[in-house]
Design a protein around this ligand. Sequence first.
Ligand code: F6P
Length: 341
Amino acid sequence: MRIGILTAGGDCPGLNAVIRSVVHRALTGYGDEVLGFEDGFKGLLEGHYRTLDLNAVSGILARGGTILGSARLERSRLREAAENGAELARKHGLDALIPVGGEGTLTAARMLSDAGMPVVGVPKTIDNDISSTDRTFGFDTAVTVATEAIDRLKTTAESHQRVMVVEVMGRHAGWIALESGMAGGAHGICLPERPFLIEDLVKMVEERFARGKKFAVICVAEGAHPAEGSMEYKKGEIDQYGHERFTGIGTRLAAELERRMGKEARPVILGHVQRGGTPTAYDRVLANRFGWHAVEAVHRGEFGRMTALRGTEVVTVPLAEAVTRLKTVPEDRVREAESVF
Ligand code: F6P
């Protein structure tokens, strides 16, 4: 078989492990040929690809980023790619395509599949917000990085009797903030799923200082926002990819806390540090398994589906099911976290 693979959307630790795993399984298990399309769907549309043999994927397991490059494509070009599924498959002589990506990529993958391209998707995102899979690779790495940051911020916060506001990624879902906040023992966690009251945060900090704990660390997801009337807040602009460009809730929150309490507060934006660098062992294993199962699904002819983790099993689920809604943090997980601080 001739199998194409591409990585699209924001990058994520573990992408190279998937590419390597697909190539190994396809070549050594089935004698397939694997084409790596460059820079996501752009490579597919413009015919930029290279043949991936075992040497091409040697030494990349622990490397962050993606050897194929990744890009976000404007919606109009994505639609163009998606609507020409059958034609693109024919043009490149593909028997199957394995797009590795987040919600936008998997939505395009579903459209490609509907238009006649044999597709098996692999979900990826550090945000862990894709439905139908218990976890995505990259998430564990991001949580590990953010937890280490919180640990480090606590010691400097304590030395200076400051409030540190650490902003982590998570546009619509607060999984990274929730889990790194829990693991790092943050004193406050703000999630997109539940608008926060600045009055609650002020009260928490004041109470800590009153009992002699003269510092605090608050972990806030980039998509978190205050409840109406609690603090001035302006929504971000929507960019050409349809994403809201956030306007720095961490910075605004730190400034507002400082203003209200007369205590020093500092914002720390972790940003893309959470996405770069080597994946954790957990993410490498999950990425390997997804790659292996994607090739198996291709050979079973299970198209229009994506790999997913259910409990400890890797299965495939319909792409249509996976992209209908985002997986946000449920209320009971928020309540568990509340008891921690
Ligand atoms: O989708 C993953 C993510 O990390 C989001 O949490 C974040 O908003 C976004 O990517 C930022 O990506 P970029 O700067 O590459 O557009």
